[in-house]
Ligand binder design. Structure first.
Ligand SMILES: Nc1ncnc2c1ncn2[C@@H]1O[C@H](COP(=O)(O)OP(=O)(O)OP(=O)(O)O)[C@@H](O)[C@H]1O
Ligand SMILES: [Mg+2]
Length: 383
């Protein structure tokens, strides 16, 4: 694999404000690469720069080794799928899909017709081909928009929140369809979303953005399990932030640390720690186990703290607990909806419990900012 779509120190300003600031990264040929971040962080701006609807103030964008800055939008081998479909209401689905090649005038009528039928099959709309956009559902409209883009055989398909207007079930279904479609056409997808579940589900790699910058790039599991900072940790899912001061080294893998409100616990040392260092761990809710008695199976590399269940929410496939331990609140998630323990009695609000986790599950962040707590479902920490 090679660098296919390359951003080199790209900056875009509106007035004095840089909404995209010295961004550099590359997308590989054939991958699904997502730009993920909160509203206003510059995702759409990056897509528009690739599409050619605007130009960078600094830096350049290369496609297949070629600087595309001077290429007008209609000549770039890219197409965009928008959240609001942008279909022509007076044209049938077939005519909508035929629009690009008809405009380009490169193919004969017969060739265009063949391509249109192929696209209708690809997006599974052959039986609706003569309907108008007003006669089909949102999910079907988005499939028309995708077919209309793919018929131009772009080298990169740009997708800007393509599923945002659809309800949850349909979003999940279309996400799978999009992945299948990607397998079939094999082209590069640059996918914009502010929905972390969507990005995790579809992407080969994700770039997490904040305020015009990229915070971290990686495969979904890497972003989730080894976030570089508290923003990425809190934006991708929920977590518990445990801060403290590093104590003595235990062996080449583990360190002691005095964690605020929790006392001395064991910390995994994936990179060097110095005694006295201030550190913050991200501990995902599903890595903590709850039990009434202190489990006999704990090893010296486990941590355990006592707590009281403050409340719990049953979410079907999992139950989310808030557990108070001293001045600190933990979020814990368990897949066993009713969370039976050894004594077969489900946990309830007010129960005294042990919170246990393996030291390796506390991932040490490179940077922590207190305000990133606000991104969590509940801020946790001290209350
Ligand atoms: N044409 C423009 N003129 C001035 N400011 C703009 C323009 N387009 C975008 N911006 C600003 O640039 C910033 C980034 O916008 P952008 O549309 O790229 O964000 P986004 O990440 O796509 O957000 P969302 O998730 O809400 O779509 C925002 O603060 C926005 O207000
Ligand atoms: Mg946007």
């Amino acid at each position: 694999m090679s660098d296919f779509l390359v951003f080199e120190n790209v900056t875009k300003r509106f007035g004095d404000l840089a909404v995209v600031s010295e961004i550099s990264f590359s997308v590989e040929k054939g991958e699904i690469f997502s730009l993920l971040g909160p509203s206003g962080c510059g995702k759409t701006t990056l897509l528009r720069l690739v599409a050619g609807f605007m130009k960078p103030d600094e830096g350049r964008i290369l496609l297949n080794g070629r600087d595309i800055n001077q290429i007008p939008p209609e000549k770039r081998p890219v197409n965009t799928v928008f959240q609001n479909y942008a279909l022509f209401p007076h044209l049938t689905l077939r005519q909508n899909i035929a629009f690009g090649p008809e405009l380009a005038k490169k193919l004969s009528r017969a060739e265009i017709d063949t391509e249109v039928e192929r696209m209708l099959d690809l997006v599974d709309l052959a039986s609706h081909a003569d309907k108008k956009p007003s006669q089909i559902s949102g999910g079907q409209k988005q499939r028309v928009a995708i077919g209309r883009a793919l018929i131009n055989k772009p080298e990169v398909l740009l997708l800007d929140e393509p599923l945002a207007a659809l309800d949850l079930k349909l979003r999940q279904r279309l996400l799978v369809e999009l992945e299948d479609l990607h397998e079939e056409v094999g082209i590069t997808f640059l996918y914009v979303t502010h929905d972390q579940g969507e990005a995790m589900g579809i992407s080969d790699r994700i770039a997490v953005m904040r305020a015009g910058k990229i915070e971290q790039i990686g495969a979904p599991a890497a972003i989730y399990e080894t976030p570089v900072n508290s923003f990425v940790a809190a934006f991708i899912g929920d977590t518990n932030f445990l801060s403290g001061v590093a104590g003595e080294e235990l062996d080449h893998e583990y360190h002691n640390a005095v964690l605020d409100d929790l006392g001395i616990l064991r910390v995994y040392k994936d990179r060097p720690i110095l005694q006295g260092d201030r550190l913050t761990l991200s501990l995902r809710p599903e890595t903590i186990a709850l039990s009434r008695a202190r489990p006999g199976t704990l090893t010296e590399n486990h941590n355990a703290a006592r707590g009281v269940i403050e409340d719990m929410i049953y979410l079907g496939s999992l139950t989310r607990f808030r557990v108070r331990s001293g001045a600190r609140l933990f979020m814990v998630e368990s897949q066993h909806g009713r969370f039976f323990l050894d004594d077969e009695k489900p946990l309830q609000r007010g129960d005294q419990v042990w919170l246990c986790w393996h030291a390796n599950d506390g991932y040490r962040l490179e940077n922590f900012s207190e305000e990133d707590r606000q991104l969590l479902s509940f801020p946790g920490g001290k209350e």
